[in-house]
Every structure is written in structure tokens, then in C-alpha cells.
Design a protein around this ligand. Structure first.
Ligand code: AHR
Length: 491
């Protein structure tokens, strides 16, 4: 029988809530239609922001939101998105479908969204086609309470007080859509641009994030850490799970069991990426001051048939939920280095939490995976050892089970377990050392690999109460259904 030993008295690091962060770009229907419908819309809204979406996202305790891109960030000029809406410049969204961006959602609207979501703001600045002055003035506009042309402008635009800006990114994918730079060139640019990301409130500093590597570009990490490590708080990492290849990625809904297991194997490559980038960072930063910020991750499939290829709209199944569960467990287990992670993207784009169609909305299986993991936010990671028979299926060999375990401030131990098998339930004995467990509560998310929610049947996949466990003399025995994520709260 598989076995999990939890050392409830051995903590290993802090799980920042920002590990469960999100990303929203001016791409397809993420911002417009998904999050923002405007004040005059028939869709219920507060200051133009959809009430139904905000309510759903608050329920999973969304901790931090990255904006405005993505590739869009390096062609975004923030001054086009402030002031009276009817006077705002229109632009072409060249990366994403060539559609007209009317800039009706800008800095004030994003900060209002963060207020409604009660989350931290993470803004990505424009290095690719913007100036140092433009970036510097944006930070001044948002955060300064001194007297200056930028703070006067903010006041004229209706916001007397500065906002908090906890996180700022200096460019996005500068090795690609953000300017096609080499690591050496970008490292110099980073040094220069970050100098002018001023800290107007030394007691509430802005956490500066440098553009990091694409997937396994270890040279990029090494160069950035060597040349600019002391000037950054975080270094980003982007890695997407693409089942087939970038030309034919595979369908979100129609896939074989082999493709399911291949998708999981590819997503588990994240483990190697976290370990190897962390090892490079350790050479320059053994105290682990600089965070690895996985600010784009998730599944990337072919778009749904009949939808705009530039809008990256895809459905979301139990396979996506399992991908989310595996990654969230990995981020927990690497919380000494991973300070933040942002799944791409929040609404209607790639591995979304929410899909909308006009006034309708639904929560995806990935949303429910995040819900089960939310109990880990701001807990301490616990030492745990899992012995589980590997899973051999679909031509792949995968971990039979996967878990992470944390200790909440009230003493409750939270365990999240993923059973990736499509055919086998697994029985697991859990031995909790250093704590007497007097009560157990569980939730489960399970279904067929392609089970998903539609606007006609929005509740096909959702989390349920879980009671397939029993206390025995030598521990707890739990039976995990096939293709499932289970959250146990051991009090
Ligand atoms: O998330 C979609 C795109 O993927 C982002 O704009 C870009 O940063 C990445 O290549």
C-alpha cells in the first residue's frame, strides 16, 4: 500500500499566498467581456467590472494579479489608458488578433479591479518599445504622494491618494516578443530601467521582477543572476504545457488517454525547471533572497474551433485540473525559492479559471483545483515523505501519487493529493507524526479526463465533500478516486 509520512513538527519554508497568483492580459476576451464590461453594460457590474466574476474569484482568495501582459505589455503605453475614456487613444493590438484596443481599461480600472478582488497588483512595464522615462513616470503616477506633474495628473484623473504597487516587472519575455534581446543585452537594460523604478515608500517597497528565462534557457538565468542579481527581488520563468508541439498543440476537449498522460509528463517537467534554475540561483544567492516568479504557466491547446486564433480561447477539463494540481503541489514544495506563480490566464484565455459568454459565466475544473489548494496560502510547508508505486500508463511512467503538506497558523495540517491515474483508485496510509489528529475534513475534485463545464451544464465538474477515509491504529487510510485531487484538513 502507498504510504505518506507527515512530520507535523518539521517546517521547511513559508508558502506565500502569491504562489496561487493569476495573470490577465489585453488578449481576446480576458479583459474586455471577461472582466470588464463598462459601466453602461446590462451585465451587472461595479464601476464597469463584472460582479459575477469578482464574486467567484474572491471565493478562491485570488492573491495577486499580473497585468497588462504578456507580449501586450511591451507595446502598451500607459498614458494612452488614463483620463476621460472618450478621449483615450485607440491602438492596434498587434500580437493578439490585430483588433482595436480602445484603452478603456487602463491603470485606474486595473487598480479598481484589484480593490474589488482584494488582491495585490503586479504591473509589467514596457522595456521593448517604451522608454525609461515612461516606466519611471508610471511608477511615480501610481505610488508617489509628493507634488509632481505625475501626481497632479493622477489627482486630475480622480485619484487623490497613491495606490500600493507591491510588484513591478521590468519587461516581459525580453528574449522574444519583448524585444528579441540577448541575455547579456537585457541584463544591462534591466540594470538601467530598474534604477528608475523608484521606491517612494521605503517601508512598503516595490518588489522588482526581472525578465527571466523561457523554460530551460539556463544561460539566461546564469547571466541575469551574475550581472544583475543584486538589483532584483525576483526573476521570472515562463513554461507552458503543450501536449503535442507548437504548430499542432492538440485539442482541449478531444484527446486520447495517451495524450492525457503525455500532457502530465510534460507538465511535470516543471519539477526539473524549478530545481535547475534554483540551483543556478543558489550559486549567486545562497540566502534565497531573490524569488523565482513563475509568472506564466498552464496548458496551451489549439483554440476552440470557430474562434479567433488570436484570442487563445480554450475549454478546460479535468485534465487541466490535474495539471493545475501537479503544478501547485510543485510550487509548494519549492516555496523556498518560488515566491510567486501566475497561471495564464484568468478569464477566457488559455487555462482559464472562468469562461464567459455574454452575461453567462462558468467556473472551470481548474478553478476548483485552485479552490482546493487555497487552504495552503500563508502556511508553513511541512516535511513529508511519500512512497507510492509509479504509474505506468499510456506509454509514460509518472509518479503514482503526488502531494504537498502544510501547517496553518491554527495548527491544522493541510494535505493536497493528486491521483493522476485514469483507471485506478489508490489507497494511501497517512502517518502524521508530531501531532494528534482529532478531526478530519475532506474535499475532492474528480471526473473523467475530459469532463468539463458548459454554459448549459455549468456544474458538471465541481468539488464535493470527501469521506473515503478512516482512522486506524497506525494512521489514517484514504482512498483516492481515479483522476482526482483531494484536500484533507487534519485538525
Ligand atoms: O499568455 C500568452 C502569451 O504567452 C503572453 O502574452 C506571452 O508572454 C507568452 O508568450
Amino acid at each position: 500500500m502507498d504510504k505518506l509520512i507527515i512530520h507535523a513538527d518539521l517546517t521547511k519554508g513559508h508558502i506565500r499566498k502569491t504562489i496561487q497568483g493569476h495573470f490577465s492580459e489585453h488578449l481576446g476576451r480576458c479583459i474586455y467581456g471577461g472582466l470588464y464590461v463598462g459601466e453602461h453594460s446590462d451585465i451587472p457590474n461595479e464601476n464597469g467590472i463584472r460582479r459575477d466574476v469578482v464574486e467567484a474569484l474572491r471565493a478562491i482568495h485570488l492573491p495577486v494579479l499580473r497585468w497588462p501582459g504578456g507580449c501586450f505589455a511591451d507595446e502598451y503605453h500607459w498614458k494612452d489608458g488614463i483620463g476621460p475614456r472618450e478621449q483615450r487613444k485607440k491602438m492596434i493590438n498587434t500580437h493578439w488578433g490585430g483588433v482595436t484596443e480602445d484603452n478603456s481599461f487602463g491603470t485606474h480600472e486595473f487598480m479598481e479591479l484589484c480593490r474589488q478582488l482584494d488582491c495585490d497588483a503586479y504591473i509589467c512595464g514596457n522595456v521593448g518599445s517604451g522608454t525609461v522615462q515612461e516606466m519611471s513616470e508610471w511608477v511615480e503616477y501610481i505610488t508617489s504622494d509628493a507634488i509632481s506633474p505625475m501626481t497632479e495628473l493622477r489627482k486630475q484623473n480622480g485619484h487623490a491618494e497613491p495606490w500600493r504597487l507591491p510588484y513591478f516587472g521590468v519587461g516581459n519575455e525580453s528574449w522574444g516578443c519583448g524585444g528579441n534581446m540577448t541575455a547579456e543585452y537585457y541584463a544591462n537594460e534591466y540594470r538601467r530601467y530598474q534604477t528608475f523604478v523608484r521606491q517612494y515608500h521605503p517601508e512598503d517597497r516595490i518588489y522588482r521582477i526581472a525578465c527571466g528565462p523561457s523554460a530551460d534557457d539556463y544561460h539566461w538565468t546564469d547571466t541575469l543572476m551574475k550581472q544583475a542579481g543584486s538589483l532584483m527581488d525576483g526573476l521570472s520563468l515562463h513554461y507552458y504545457t503543450v501536449p503535442q508541439d507548437w504548430k499542432h498543440k492538440g485539442s482541449a476537449l478531444e484527446f486520447t488517454e495517451e495524450e492525457y498522460y503525455t500532457t502530465l509528463r510534460k507538465t511535470l517537467f516543471m519539477e526539473e525547471l524549478l530545481s535547475r534554475h534554483s540551483a543556478i540561483m543558489d550559486r549567486y544567492d545562497p540566502e534565497k533572497r531573490v524569488g523565482l516568479i513563475v509568472d506564466e504557466w498552464g496548458t496551451w491547446f489549439d483554440v476552440e474551433p470557430g474562434t479567433n486564433p488570436g484570442f487563445l480561447y480554450q475549454q478546460n477539463t479535468m485534465r487541466d485540473a490535474i495539471v493545475a494540481g501537479l503544478n501547485l503541489n510543485l510550487f509548494n514544495r519549492h516555496c523556498d525559492r518560488v515566491h510567486m506563480a501566475n497561471i495564464a490566464q484568468l478569464v477566457n484565455v488559455l487555462q482559464a479559471m472562468i469562461l464567459t459568454e455574454g452575461p453567462d459565466m462558468l467556473c472551470t475544473p481548474s478553478y476548483y483545483a485552485f479552490k482546493l489548494f487555497s487552504a495552503h496560502q500563508e502556511n508553513e510547508l511541512l516535511e513529508s515523505h511519500l512512497q507510492a508505486e509509479p504509474l505506468k500508463a499510456g506509454g509514460e511512467t509518472l509518479p503514482g501519487l503526488q502531494e504537498s503538506t502544510s501547517l496553518a497558523p491554527d495548527g491544522t495540517v493541510h494535505v493536497t493529493l493528486v491521483n493522476p491515474s485514469l483507471s485506478e483508485s489508490r489507497t494511501l496510509r497517512i502517518d502524521v507524526q508530531g501531532k494528534t489528529v482529532s478531526s478530519i475534513e475532506g474535499r475532492v475534485l474528480t471526473g473523467a479526463m475530459d469532463a468539463h463545464n458548459t454554459f448549459d451544464a455549468p456544474d458538471t465538474v465541481r468539488d464535493q465533500a470527501f469521506d473515503a477515509f478512516r482512522a486506524e491504529e497506525d494512521g489514517l487510510q484514504v482512498t483516492l478516486p481515479a483522476c482526482s485531487i483531494v484536500h484533507l484538513a487534519l485538525a
